[in-house]
Design a protein around this ligand. Structure first.
Ligand code: BDR
Ligand code: CA
Length: 320
């Protein structure tokens, strides 16, 4: 009997993002992995810069990746309850400073990102859609609020957010994505969705060192060259802050996990979000040592094979 081969099942993903140069790197990695990932849609959220810029930037990245027909949706204009906080001091005025690119010609779809997320989760088979969040969790929390039946339908939510052993990056206690909308984060962590969390503890190991960036430059492709320009801009703030060789490349850790989970190690534990304390608002309180009986609600990553990660990133950007 002739052997039959079946095509590997692609993972269906929704990317929720606030580009951001490191968000851009994550999106490039996803589009460079068509054998493993099917990008159902990309949702912009206010975060690093206001929504008008994150939507624009998202469309610029799609066009750079040769995906002008990618379904892009616009979501939340501001956090659930707190005033908007942005990070132009890191990402530049547009959020994507560092490379000169044409304004996008593709448009965002009419449908609101929250409704797209709900509709997709309610129509795709249960347990088949993975949410990849690279920014504040406002869109996801709003979707959960509007249609709670989506929670058990999510396969997994893989997020860049939080920090524990490493502390915070926007305050001593809080990481930017969680700090911007802690109420949204609290709702997401309480939703019963299987969560994988990429905190600063992991992303601070992913440094854009000279030799790693040279390998991206050596691709000699337009997307590779633009990424190198973006990284040069993005890393300057953190190099000065941390005195490190290169800056931490946060958001692509989410996509790398989908492609090669063996690059990461972590622990399943309880994570709670501080929303009240003026001193520590946005802190991700991780019960790493299991000192409470609070239910485990997230797999918190702590270590990563950084060279393996950069080899994967470079390979996938090279496929664009
Ligand atoms: C996170 O905040 C943003 O500045 C980055 O894009 C990343 O998602 C890191 O704290
Ligand atoms: Ca981001």
């Amino acid at each position: 009997m002739a052997a039959t081969t079946t095509a590997p099942v692609k993972r269906k993903i929704i990317i929720d993002t606030d580009p951001g140069q490191d968000d851009a790197a994550a999106i490039m990695m996803a589009f460079g992995s068509p054998d493993e990932l099917e990008v159902l849609g990309l949702c912009a959220v206010a975060g690093n810069v206001p929504l008008s810029y994150t939507s624009r930037n998202l469309r610029i990245v799609c066009e750079l990746c040769g995906k002008p027909d990618a379904p892009v949706y616009e979501g939340a204009l501001k956090p659930l309850f707190r005033p908007q906080v942005t990070a132009e001091h890191v990402h530049g005025k547009t959020g994507l400073d560092g490379a000169v690119l044409p304004e996008p010609t593709m448009k965002a779809r009419e449908q609101h990102a929250v409704d797209f997320i709900i509709e997709t989760l309610m129509t795709e088979p249960e347990g088949t859609v993975t949410l990849c969040t690279l920014g504040p969790l406002t869109n996801i929390a709003t979707a959960l609020e509007k249609e709670p039946r989506i929670a058990p339908r999510v396969k997994e939510l893989v997020m860049m957010g939080g920090g524990f052993f490493e502390g915070g990056n926007i305050t001593p206690a809080a990481e930017f994505n969680i700090y911007v909308d802690p109420h949204a984060a609290k709702q997401v962590f309480a939703a019963g969705i299987p969560i994988v969390m990429m905190p600063l503890d992991v992303t601070h190991q992913l440094l854009t060192t000279k030799s790693r960036v040279e390998k991206i430059a050596a691709l000699g492709t337009r997307p590779g060259d633009v990424l190198v320009e973006w990284l040069a801009f993005f890393e300057r703030f953190d190099i000065e802050k941390y005195g490190s060789d290169g800056g931490p490349l946060h958001d692509p850790s989410v996509i790398a996990y989908l492609l090669k989970p063996e690059l990461f190690t972590g622990r399943h534990c309880n994570v709670e979000i501080e929303v009240d304390s003026p001193l520590t608002v946005g802190m991700t309180v991780v019960d790493w040592w299991g000192v409470t009986d609070r239910a485990k609600n997230a797999t918190v990553m702590r270590k990563v094979d950084a060279d393996g990660f950069f080899a994967l990133l470079t390979e996938r950007v090279g496929k664009l």
